[in-house]
Design a protein. Structure first.
Length: 118
């Protein structure tokens, strides 16, 4: 096995803009580096970030686990005033907890012919 080179993958991960800081921090703590590209897309045209991550194939699952944990779809509790009045929120109606789906990551995995750092 002395002459073989390890296989590499290029991971393109599109995440919500609010999730990128924690995701990149966690990747860096685990020895991975990402190039960030600002992007926009999806039905609501929300701001997103696309991470470009070059990784050896045998470490790819670790990157995928970090992406899922930090940027994956999850439920979050927020508080909302459910007033139906035309004037907007009414101060006498209390705020109630509402479960919302947040996050989400789309991952593209490509074979990487070569990766060089200078």
């Amino acid at each position: 096995m002395g002459g073989e080179t390890s296989k590499r993958k290029l991971i393109l991960a599109v995440i919500q803009g609010d999730d990128y800081a924690e995701t990149v921090d966690d990747l860096n703590r685990n020895g991975f580096f990402a190039t960030l590209l600002s992007s926009t897309g999806g039905f609501l045209k929300k701001r997103s970030m696309t991470l470009m991550i070059g990784v050896e194939e045998h470490r790819m699952q670790t990157v995928l686990d970090i992406l899922k944990q930090c940027a994956g779809r999850r439920q979050q509790t927020t508080y909302s005033n459910l007033s139906m009045s035309a004037g907007g929120p009414h101060p006498s109606i209390p705020m109630v907890p509402v479960q919302m789906n947040v996050g989400g990551v789309v991952v593209f995995i490509l074979d990487l012919e070569d990766m060089q750092k200078y």
